[in-house]
Design a protein around this ligand. Structure first.
Ligand SMILES: [Zn+2]
Ligand SMILES: [Zn+2]
Length: 181
């Protein structure tokens, strides 16, 4: 459980992690089934069904998990950390989805999440690490050293080195490198 801003409720609310969510979801789905069963048994419409009563178990479960009451039934399953993105770098409110590229609260543009390099994975591919100054990486990223009659393999290697150099710039925050592929 984590206190996070919910853009629907317009305030900070407790958000559930995946384990807590799975628990609430089971209780919630049972309540939803109880609503369907009630309508069948009594042959009534949804407005004639005591939905709030039938969802009490879900609200109790949410209260046990978070210590909070008074959340609308339709919000219960939406207070789930995994549905939101990381905090906006400008206003710190969570982005509305994990894939959001712009903050709805302050309009800040957000760059794609950067996946850090996994050293073990790289070693397993037989690669070795090289440490260079950013300016040298920038040079590598932009510099094609292929002669006009370079072999295809050489051109591919040169392209690969420029691509990886530009990825390294991006990952280390040097994003404005202009790379010609
Ligand atoms: Zn909410
Ligand atoms: Zn923002």
């Amino acid at each position: 459980m984590k206190q996070m801003y919910c853009w629907r409720c317009k305030c900070t609310v407790p958000m559930l992690d995946e384990e807590e969510f799975a628990h609430l979801d089971r209780v919630y789905q049972d309540c939803a089934k109880a609503v369907i069963q009630y309508r069948k048994d009594h042959r009534v419409s949804l407005t004639q069904t005591p939905v709030a009563d039938l969802f009490q178990a879900a609200h109790r479960c949410y209260e046990q998990l978070t210590g909070t009451t008074g959340v609308a039934t339709e919000e219960l399953l939406k207070h789930r950390i995994a549905l939101y993105g990381r905090p906006c770098p400008q206003c710190a409110k969570p982005l509305r989805t994990p894939k959001a590229r712009q903050c709805f609260e302050c309009d800040a543009k957000v760059s794609a999440a950067i996946k850090p390099t996994d050293a073990t994975e790289e070693q397993n591919k037989g690669r070795i690490a090289v440490w260079l100054d950013p300016e040298d990486v920038r040079f590598l990223a932009a510099h094609c050293s292929c002669s006009p009659n370079a072999k295809r393999g050489e051109e591919q290697r040169c392209g690969r080195i420029r691509f990886r150099a530009s990825a390294a710039l991006h990952k280390s925050g040097w994003e404005n490198a202009d790379v010609q592929q």
